[in-house]
Design a protein around this ligand. Sequence first.
Ligand code: SAM
Length: 509
Amino acid sequence: MDSFLYYGDNLEILRNYIADESVDLIYLDPPFNSKADYNLLFKEPTGRPSQAQITAFEDTWRWTEETERILKEVVDIAPADIVELMISFRKILKHSDVMAYLTMMCIRLIELKRVLRQTGSIYLHCNPSASHYLKILMDAVFGKNNYRNEIVWCYKSRPMSKKHFCKKHDIILYYSKSDKYHFDWKANLQPLSPVTIKKYKYKDDIGHYRLVGRGIKGSPIQSAKDVDIEWENTYPELVVRDYLKGGYPIEDYWYIDIINQSARERLGYPTQKPEALLERIIKASSQEGDVVLDPFCGCGTSIAVAQNLNRNWIGIDITHLAINLIKLRIKNMFDMIPKRDYSVIGEPEDLAGAYELANQNRFQFQFWALALIDACPYGDKKKGADTGIDGFIYFWESKDEVKKVIVQVKSGKVGVKDIRELQSVVDREKAAIGIFLTLEKPTRAMMAEAAGFGFYTSKITRKDYSKCQILTIEEVLFGNQPHLPGDFRISPFKKAAFRLSSNQNSIFE
Ligand SMILES: C[S@@+](CC[C@H](N)C(=O)[O-])C[C@H]1O[C@@H](n2cnc3c(N)ncnc32)[C@H](O)[C@@H]1O
């Protein structure tokens, strides 16, 4: 197994797990400092996006003790150029959010340079509000001689602005680690338009396609030979007949549609990037069998594309919402499962790990626990009132009727009172079943209370299911699942289309 998915802060993961010069290509798409919270959208059983949103991640960076400590660390360990730059930034930007962002990025970029091979490349995806600072920072970390491109990704989207020109592009800063970097210019040729092909039509004596008529730059062309010369002057490595088949090298501005509401690949994860964008980068700057690293991997766009192009990959994300979604995405797309086809690191594997996660962060514990039974997380307790619902499961009651299961997750002490509360939420929500998922073992009194709620009988399966089911995390880790009309369950996640990993045909047309 050469591919890895890590849960955790990428700085720690890079330092603890990723060896020097072990990665061929890095793509990173960090939160932009746009002061926004990004909500993960689930799908209703009707197929429409759900109103239930949950904050997947926040990108508001603040100057805190942590950033102060990291800046000090940069000053202590970084090469002189970087230190001088950061000190200058600090003079201008003071303790602003942008300074916090640059500090957190600086320490990570230093680690990313360490793990990149001499032949490797890095693509930093950012937006124009901070790209000018990041470019200077990238110059300082990777060396200005290793700057390759500022790629402008243009797209159409709402909202429009009446106060200035509409801001409809992102910036991707492309640097290499040295001047011996891998770059396949033929990987992304742009096909000639049908109009051009028609205009400069072809045919030579031995059946090769050739341009005839006027030269591309408008000069008259007398013979097929002239065309060869014309093109060889413009693109010395191209031969006209190949050119007609392949196209010409692409520029550094790319029009690629964003993932809109109806996009086939849309999974509901905020800031999800198009596969076509990642495909260009990965094809140009890596080869089959290479290692692609994405330290802010979100719902795993880079991972899915890397897998499809037969690259090994390393993905890191700090939320279980993302890790769970990636696992589902690559299961649906490539039928790949953890442990057999790739490793997942940082997720609890046993009861002790579950306790550790619950102690570290009970929201992350909840996301992780809900994924164990394929439930959809609900509500943002950090933001609003506790509804007594942590997650949902839906299933079909009949051809056109859907039933709801309420899930509660508990990481602390539990008692009979909690079971009664769950049942009152089940009644209030007119749900069929309540599931109580607990880290601590339930008492006998709790089991008796739950049994007293009786059964729900499915109209489809005609079987009885306990109306209140208690499951421990330990039982689930041993393979137990809630007792539900399993075949009729409805996934809250949009399913990524199945694809066979292939190096033959691009499936991202
Ligand atoms: C802009 S999104 C990436 C979206 C991704 N490119 C995609 O196509 O889905 C940024 C991601 O970085 C993650 N993140 C933020 N801080 C992190 C950190 N310190 N370590 C690891 N991941 C982090 C967030 O949880 C979020 O999923």
